[in-house]
Design a binder for this molecule. Structure first.
Ligand code: TNX
Length: 684
């Protein structure tokens, strides 16, 4: 990437809608005063905390003479749409008059405060004493999409409440506003539910066992010992921890959408509840044993899930299953109440129900025989979601679900067609569209659902699955079933014409979007408003430590935030593929410089213990000359020729340099705190 001048690079991620630099600079004093209007105390305190590393402890007050920073509330228009936007803000920095942030709501003020922190010189962080010279500017800003999400799977591998809160902090800094919390799956149930301790005590632990009476079998290398202190396969959030996470999110204007994955991907719930049933039967309490039963003891159905389970689908033909779901939902409502973060949406999963489920269940045979409109097992999937939706709707809740909840076909990527389930349109059902492998044939699923009237969240695996490896290298962990998802893939996504985002199939073959998608459905103009926004997915099969989670999340999350918040870029509306790609590359160059020069250096100062990924350098040795570059310009590259891995003290690469033709060269990029990328070895 050719070097870019600083003013072409920008200072804030995600890019604000409008930035107008002014003459001069304001001198932000040491321990400044932040004055706030009533109702903005939390925003003021949070801003003070964010600035502390730069200017020391600020004073927050409702009354002050000539405060350095003022926080106010007033209607702010969306700079692009000319209507008042709840998340909009204006940030004014004047050489004489100081800093003012105005937001339509507290959320807008919060986002203005993040932009101020991003606007400061990066080098200011770490000094801890002012003054700091802050360039004068006018920023008017509001998000392109109201839904800007990140999903985290804590079932396959568990993450502590602290790890979750750290992730929320980074989300908030980059203005993401929805945390989709994947709390349950086949391999673990992670939230303590009142009155049902077996869900977590049995369903939340994994280890060696012959009968799964006390915990689940191991998965994903979780090992023999089921104790949460030693196994990443074990662990759950107590109700107090969950409430604490909710409050942490609420204070950062992040809505938490909990997911209870049903009716497939439900093995942990099934095993937990089977253990409960068994215990109560042994005590002779048959009524209690049946009350929340999820399985049919006489079910002979044969099926195999994508992950190889033959017993991970709940029985959808018995009242006890729905009683269980209502119980869990009511418990969630109570927990969200307690946190002061009212529950608005429950995500019900719905993904990948294997075919064959319910085909030999006496309870289902009976249910089918006496229920009008249900002809056979194939109708049970849709019927389940109609019924679960009613449970949620009577409680005033929206039903989120993977794309399957909006379709009549079960089975996700195994289904080759997409028939929108018209019964659920306009009824508070929100599909999250994910299975769009390039070249797979179902790339138009999001538009079929949006055109039918569903509100859709774009969660496409090809661009937003942050569990895919960054690149095809054996040292890059992760999956590749949807291809490799590099740092620029979320950036390159075109929400209203996603075919323009396709460049290669999952196996790396080039795609010409003009011909490959000629017969695919386009998004109707009238359906644009049905695209709620974008979401990144952190599935956790390979996230075996907090470091790995952070490595997979950051910096790709910044590229996602850019696409979800910033106005539609000019290149996205070009129809000529070559021109679009060329213009997009120019935009990427500026963004990559911003990450390399500002974002990663700031993260290394403000969040020094974060394990984000540093891109390894690229290098060649030809004619005894070493040439190297970094995907994020600005990150120093260091190299060695003596066989040892480069350290922050190794020679820095500053341009082509002569090297010993017989010795392999080792290179790494580094950030400000002396942590390096993985090592690249180049042989002449
Ligand atoms: C598919 S995406 C799944 C998950 C896996 C993920 C791995 C979806 C709704 N289901 O169960 O974790 O792929 O990439």
């Amino acid at each position: 990437l050719s070097p870019q001048p600083a003013d072409a690079v920008g200072r804030i991620v995600p890019t604000p809608a409008s930035t107008t630099p002014r003459d001069g600079a304001f001198s932000l004093p040491d321990t400044p005063t932040i004055q706030y209007e009533p109702g903005l105390e939390s925003e003021a305190r949070r801003l003070a905390a964010g600035l502390e590393a730069a200017v020391g402890p600020a004073t927050t007050t409702t009354t002050a003479d000539a405060p350095a920073i003022r926080l106010r509330r007033a209607d702010v228009r969306h700079p692009e749409a000319d209507t008042v936007d709840a998340e909009a803000y204006r940030l004014r920095i004047d050489a004489d008059d100081g800093i003012e942030i105005v937001g339509t709501t507290a959320a807008g003020v919060f986002y203005g405060a993040q932009s101020l922190q991003a606007w400061l010189p990066v080098a200011a962080y770490g000094a801890g004493t002012g003054p700091v010279s802050v360039p004068a500017v006018r920023i008017a800003d509001a998000p392109r999409f109201g839904y800007r999400g990140l999903h985290l799977d804590v079932s396959r591998n568990f993450q502590s409440a602290d790890a979750v809160k750290r992730l929320l902090d980074v989300m908030a800094f980059y203005k993401l506003n929805t945390f989709h919390f994947h709390l349950t799956d086949d391999e673990g149930w992670r939230l303590a539910v009142g009155g049902l301790p077996a869900l977590t005590e049995v369903g939340g632990r994994r280890g060696h066992t012959l009968d799964e009476r006390t915990h689940l079998v191991p998965s994903y290398g979780s090992g023999p010992d089921p104790r949460p202190s030693v196994s990443r396969g074990s662990g759950w959030y107590t109700q107090a921890e969950y409430v604490d996470i909710l409050r942490h999110a609420r204070d950062r204007h992040i809505e938490v959408v909990p997911e209870i994955d049903m009716p497939g991907h439900a093995r942990a719930a099934l095993q937990g509840m089977k253990a409960r049933t068994r215990r109560l039967l042994e005590n002779g309490d048959t009524t209690a044993a049946r009350r929340f039963r999820l399985h049919d003891p006489d079910d002979q159905s044969e099926y195999e899930s994508v992950q190889g389970w033959d017993d991970n689908v709940v029985n959808v033909c018995q009242p006890s299953t729905y009683r269980f779901l209502a119980h869990v939902v009511d418990d969630l409502i109570a927990l969200h109440e307690r946190a002061g973060a009212p529950l608005r949406t429950v995500h019900v999963g719905g993904d990948e129900v294997p075919s064959g489920a319910w085909t030999a269940s006496p309870i289902c045979d009976n249910y089918i025989a006496r229920t009008e409109g249900i002809e056979g097992p194939e109708d049970l999937f849709g019927a389940f979601f109609r019924r679960f939706r009613d449970t949620l709707a009577t409680r005033g809740l929206t039903m989120g679900g993977w794309e399957e909840v909006g379709m009549t076909e079960a089975g996700g990527h195994r289904a080759t067609t997409t028939t929108p389930n018209e019964d659920l349109v306009g009824k508070g059902v929100r599909p999250y569209v994910w299975s769009n492998i390039w070249g797979g044939g179902t790339e138009d699923r999001a538009y079929r659902l949006a055109n039918a009237g569903f509100d859709v969240v774009m969660s496409q695996a090809t661009n937003f699955y942050l569990d895919m490896a960054y690149s095809k290298h054996p040292r890059e962990d992760g999956f590749y079933w949807a291809g490799f998802v590099d740092l620029d893939d979320p950036f390159a996504f075109v929400p209203f014409d996603l075919y323009k985002s396709a460049e290669r199939t999952s196996m790396g073959q080039p795609i010409d979007p003009d011909s490959a998608f000629a017969d695919h459905v386009r998004l109707a103009d009238s359906a644009r408003s049905n695209i709620l926004g974008l979401q990144g997915q952190l599935w956790a099969e390979t996230l075996r430590s907090v470091d790995r989670m952070e490595y997979m999340a950051v910096p790709r999350l910044l590229s996602l935030a850019e696409r979800a918040w910033a106005p539609q870029p000019d290149w996205a509306s070009l129809d000529d593929v070559d021109r679009l790609r060329a213009r997009r590359d120019t935009a990427w160059r500026a963004f990559a410089h911003r990450l390399g020069r500002r974002e990663l250096p700031r993260l290394s100062r403000r969040a020094p213990d974060w394990s984000y990924r540093l891109p390894p350098p690229g290098a060649t040795v030809e004619n005894d000359t070493l040439r190297a570059n970094a995907a994020l310009p600005g990150l120093p590259i260091r190299y060695t020729t003596d066989g040892t891995p480069p350290t922050p003290e190794s020679p820095r690469y500053d341009g082509p340099v002569a090297v010993d033709p017989d010795a392999p060269v080792r290179l790494r990029t580094f950030d400000g705190r002396g942590r390096g990328s993985r090592t690249v070895v180049v042989r002449p």
